[in-house]
Design a protein around this ligand. Structure first.
Ligand code: G3H
Length: 540
């Protein structure tokens, strides 16, 4: 079938949906507060899938359910639940021994694994992620939890001793920050949300969890696991419009730590609402415009492969996606030809289809935005290089390879967060470097080539522009033990399995002058297990 026809007939009839992936709408009326699944009978938000089905009146996005649209009142009740459970650091959860908190997390993980197929199906239906990528998001999250538990055990062992310096005896451990508001992104609603929720909980914080839109329903199968695994008030969930339910939380001054993954514009607006800025600790994962620099001696086969996954995995909706390609003028013609061919071989279709790579996208406005971006580039001299590039069908946008791109175009600077690949040719290596120096973003970059002299010089320039330089490899977050951060408007703070445990805790020191009396006090407290903090106990 010709490509245009394939795009045109992409969406299924209701009856074509395979039985194992069929979906019963989830009409969620509960939210978790203070250990109870409270019923909501107010307004709800209808949730539409990126997947459209054919109806007698044309294509229509499948309705997959609804979730509560809470108001300021419920949001503040949820906040009180989290604040009370924290109890100024003296609640049962923050005061609990680390080993016990780990047991609660293990209980949760066991229950979470039992709901794998429901969560995976929701990921496919709610955000249009392919079946293998949805499975991988779930499994990666379970691995992340286990990795975090192991890292915490090792951190606990390392801090179980005493240090004696300059006549002072001290014990240095980490203590929770307080109430953490966790807001995850819609492209990784499970994984990235949990990369902040899990370490927050393990360190003894209590959590208010706001899931993204789209991406709210994916947590529904796990609400019961949260409820059963944690004491009341430790994990609470809210749903609704950010302006109505998030602003009151932050402006109350009772949020101690804000974990947000989204745009820098929203992050800054949220942060400014806190009345005590020094009290608020922020962990942000934000905007990006990751560049690939493709040198004239690059292995084209490998480079094309990495650029395809780098720019187009999950339709380019990753903060770490390659978002602009600088290609040496000597190879640019052959590069764009081969890249266009590689794009034409990608399977397009529904998330459950075998080998599908490009799927429908959750936000129909995004399709309009990408179309505008492509039109603007064309108006300033770019051509769409690949067959059918930029063709849309309802919630589907076929990847557009744009060349030659220049600084007058919006796509030169704006983060497309979708399947548009801008290519610029360069002669002088200073051109891409200048681009990155002038960019507002500083997440990652990729270098493709073989000349070690040029690569080494580039590494030395780029490590001061971005937070990760990838050699002959696409940009990516993993492995999750690697530090994940960014410069400029791309991030605030660092996350990784270990760094996240640090981000959601504060070093606390108990210290005493080394006198006989103090030695005796410390020994007695430790020997008789009188304190949870001041202790030489460790977890094996
Ligand atoms: O959207 C940003 C994600 O952190 C990217 O993670 O590189 O593993 O896809 P990833």
């Amino acid at each position: 079938m010709k490509l245009l026809e394939k795009i045109d007939s992409l969406f299924p009839d209701e009856g074509d949906i395979p039985r194992e992936f069929d979906f019963k709408p989830v009409n969620q009326t509960e939210y978790l507060v203070n250990g109870k699944l409270r019923h909501w009978d107010g307004p709800v938000q209808q949730v539409l899938s990126p997947v459209c089905v054919r109806t007698s009146s044309g294509l229509s996005q499948k309705i997959i359910g609804s979730h509560p649209l809470l108001t300021e009142k419920e949001s503040l009740i949820v906040l009180d639940a989290a604040s009370n459970a924290y109890g100024n650091g003296m609640g049962s959860w923050p005061a609990m021994h680390t080993e016990e908190r780990i047991e609660h997390l293990e209980e949760f993980t066991g229950q979470m694994k039992e709901r794998r197929s429901e969560v995976v199906n929701l990921l496919m239906w709610e955000i249009g992620k392919s079946y293998p990528d949805s499975l991988s998001e779930f499994d990666r999250t379970v691995d992340y939890i286990n990795g975090t538990i192991n890292a915490l055990k090792s951190m606990d062992r390392d801090s179980s001793g005493f240090v004696i310096k300059e006549g002072i005896i001290g014990q240095i451990r980490r203590a929770p920050r307080g109430v953490v508001l966790c807001m995850g992104p819609s492209n990784y609603p499970l994984n990235e949300t949990f990369t902040t929720v899990i370490p927050s909980l393990l360190m003894g914080n209590t959590v208010v969890l706001k899931l993204p839109r789209p991406g709210s329903l994916i947590l529904y199968p796990l609400l019961e696991a949260f409820q059963k695994s944690f004491p009341g008030g430790v994990v609470n969930t809210i749903y609704g419009e950010g302006r109505k339910i998030i602003s009151p939380l932050i402006s109350s001054g009772k949020i101690d730590s804000l974990a947000y993954i989204g745009t820098s514009k929203v992050a800054n607006a949220l942060k400014r609402q806190h009345p005590k800025l020094n009290r608020l600790h922020c962990s942000f994962g934000l905007d990006a415009k990751n560049a690939a620099i493709i040198l004239k001696d690059a292995d084209l086969e490998l480079t094309i492969k990495e650029c395809i996954t780098g720019a187009l995995s999950y339709n380019g909706q990753r903060c770490t996606a390659l978002k602009i390609l600088f290609v040496h003028s000597k190879i640019v013609d052959s590069f764009i030809k081969q890249l266009a061919e590689a794009i034409s071989k990608l399977e397009i279709g529904m998330p459950w289809e075998n080998n599908v790579f490009i799927t429908p996208m959750p936000d129909p406005q995004k399709i309009e935005y990408l179309t505008e971006l492509v039109k603007d580039a064309q108006a300033h001299g770019a051509e769409i290089i690949n067959d059918a590039g930029g063709t849309k069908n309802k919630t589907f946008f076929y990847p557009a390879l744009l060349y030659p791109v220049n600084s007058k175009m919006r796509v030169y600077r704006e983060e497309q967060f979708g399947p548009v690949i801008p290519v610029i040719s360069f002669n002088d290596i200073e051109e891409p470097i200048k681009y990155m120096v002038e960019s507002n973003y500083g997440l990652q970059a990729s270098i493709f080539g073989k000349d070690t002299h040029i690569i080494a010089n580039l590494i030395d320039s780029l490590v001061n522009q971005v937070a990760r330089v990838n050699i002959n490899s696409q940009c990516q977050r993993g492995p999750d033990s690697f530090p994940f951060t960014g410069r400029k408007d791309s991030a605030e703070g660092t996350l990784s399995i270990l760094d996240a445990l640090r981000a959601f805790s504060v070093e606390s020191v108990v210290a005493a002058k080394e006198t006989d009396a103090n030695r005796a006090i410390i020994k007695e407290i430790v020997r008789e297990n009188k304190s949870t903090f001041l202790s030489t106990d460790f977890i094996l």
